[in-house]
Design a binder for this molecule. Sequence first.
Ligand code: ADP
Length: 492
Amino acid sequence: MNLLIASSEVAPFAKTGGLADVVGSLPKPLHKLGHDVAVIMPLYRTVRQNCKKLTPTKARIEILVGREAVSAAIMKSTIPGSRAPIYFVDCPQYYDRDELYGPKGKDYPDNAARFIFFSRAVLETIKALEMDVDVIHCNDWQTGLIPVYLKTLYKPDPALSKTGTVFTIHNLAYQGLFWHWDMKLTGLSWSLFNWGELEFFGKLNLMKGGLVFADVLNTVSKTYAKEIQTTDEFGKGLEGILCLRSHDLYGIVNGVDYDVWNPAKDPLIPANYSPGKLAGKGACKKALQKNNGLPTADVPLIGMIGRLDPQKGWDLVEDIIDDLMKRDLQLVILGTGMERYHKLLEHIAKAYPDKAGVNLTFDNRLAHEIEAGADMFLMPSRYEPCGLNQLYSLKYGTVPIVRRTGGLADTIVDCTPASLDAQEANGFSFGEYSTGALLDAIDRALAAYADRKVWAKVRKIGMKQDWSWKRSAKEYEALYGKVREKHRAEGS
Ligand code: ADP
């Protein structure tokens, strides 16, 4: 099949979260399965810094955004470690900025225009480069209008007549909600602005467009696929639409790129190691302790990496921190995001200088160093569509402690005598979103750490598991096949 993956971020070119890792790594296994895969994203300022070789293509596109004619050149490079081409929509007025979406977790005021333009630019690029695309794989709200355009404005276009869409939800909490007059920027008919299509409580909802118009939908774990159809807490007001499309909604857990996240060959960590040769992990721990100003003692070290957002369970961390710090352990945290959590973490650093290392920045190398140097990795998420860090942790022998929700529930098996015997225990998990349940899970992990035999076993089970794209890429292949079937059936 000829596949085009459209995404607002792709590692290593531009990244704020897991979406970038997923889109940066999925093309390789799809290519191995025999498909032609290309990727397309906006040309942000960071792309120029992170991409050594950018070459122009013949394509130059122009799109009406409201009344303004906005043009872009299309540049090209390749996804590192593969031959998959990646196209960049070079429109400096929208994308040549310091941030991807806005400063300090806030949105740029013209985000509607920026991503309405991007969605349409994807279709114009296909036409300008005369690409032959069977399936466009859309990701999150920034690409939500692609399926809408294909079934409306671009429906009569023969160059796109065979092209179907899959829309992947990476996080339903970000929907691309804009005031209703931004509808004028889309060039679409106002008749689409109704509660069954693009309107959401009086606003324009770009994610909803993708959910209503894409041929097939999926999200990044089976449990999250179920959760988002149940309550408003998970569905964020879109649970009704998702229930209506239940038969077209699938769940596929993200895979890990073990060329990038693998302690045996990771160039970003102080020493390499593998399940049979763990000495390097000790060296990584010592270096992490030193770099965070912590004593190089033999105490359990808990790592945390993530956006400073209520989703990630920082409120629970706030509530347990004084209790937690009474225990014999160390904590190293890396994150950026909301101001109130910056303050919380600054307080933790000040109150517990010998026990906690806090890093309020976005630092990929440090993320690798924490995965390698910590003994345990904490993810007490309120909800978690898939989660990648727990999968990286497994490979790095850093035992995850997670809340049983979404992808965390699908990937982490709580350590009990029975799950240990069955060789399935790979971490510790808790169900209720409460301080008591969280502390209980941490205490069980600390007790297991103290029992070297048990700890070695849990760690080894995790390290030997295979969470690469092998299995998930095949599931995506099947999904693209469904898109094609459905699109053909609708066309005939
Ligand atoms: P989400 O996409 O919800 O943010 P995921 O667990 O799916 O969460 O993916 C997060 C990705 O972003 C991981 O690769 C993680 O290491 C990375 N990451 C998050 N915060 C930081 C940070 N402050 N510095 C470096 N990497 C980070």
